[in-house]
Design a protein around this ligand. Structure first.
Ligand SMILES: NC(=O)c1ccc[n+]([C@@H]2O[C@H](COP(=O)([O-])OP(=O)(O)OC[C@H]3O[C@@H](n4cnc5c(N)ncnc54)[C@H](O)[C@@H]3O)[C@@H](O)[C@H]2O)c1
Length: 121
C-alpha cells in the first residue's frame, strides 16, 4: 500500500527537481541574454563613435546630459548655452529677458540643437 504512495511522492520530488532545473536554466539563459544585449549596445555605441570620428568629428562631451542655464539670454549665460549645445547637451534655459531668450532659442533650433526649453519672466 505504501509502495504506491511512495512512488507518487517520489515522482513529485522528481518533478519538483525538474522544475527547479528548468528555472535555473532559464535564469542562466536570461543572464546570458542580458549580457549579450549589454555587449551589443556597447559595440553599437563604439561603432557610432568610430563613425563620427572618421567623419572628422570628435565625441560630444555633454551627450545625453541635461544642463540648466540661468541668465541665458546674454553674456556669459548665452555663451555657456551655445557651448553646451555644441557639446550635445539638452538645455533648459531661463532668463527674465523673454525676447532675448526667444532669439537664442530660435538661433539654436536653426543649428538643430537638442531639446531646448525657454522660460521668460
Ligand atoms: N562679464 C564679465 O566679465 C563678468 C565678470 C565677473 C562677473 N560677472 C558677473 O556674471 C554675471 C553675468 O554676467 P554677464 O556679463 O553675462 O551679464 P549680462 O548682463 O550680459 O547677462 C546677464 C543675464 O542674466 C539675466 N538675468 C538677470 N536677472 C535674472 C533673473 N533674476 N533670472 C533670470 N535671468 C536673469 C539678464 O536678463 C541677462 O540676460 C553678472 O552677475 C556679472 O556681474 C561678469
Amino acid at each position: 500500500m505504501n509502495g504506491g504512495g511512495g512512488s507518487s511522492a517520489g515522482s513529485a520530488v522528481t518533478r519538483a527537481g525538474a522544475v527547479r532545473d528548468a528555472l535555473a536554466s532559464i535564469t542562466l539563459l536570461l543572464g546570458v541574454a542580458y549580457q549579450a544585449i549589454v555587449e551589443a549596445a556597447n559595440i553599437v555605441r563604439q561603432v557610432a563613435t568610430c563613425a563620427r570620428l572618421q567623419r572628422g568629428g570628435r565625441p560630444m562631451r555633454l551627450q545625453d546630459k541635461v544642463a540648466i542655464v540661468t541668465g541665458a539670454a546674454s553674456g556669459i549665460g548665452r555663451s555657456t548655452a551655445m557651448l553646451f549645445a555644441r557639446e550635445g547637451a539638452r538645455l533648459v534655459l531661463n532668463d527674465i529677458d523673454a525676447q532675448g531668450l526667444e532669439a537664442l532659442v530660435l538661433q539654436m533650433l536653426k543649428k538643430r540643437a537638442r531639446t531646448v526649453a525657454g522660460n521668460g519672466r
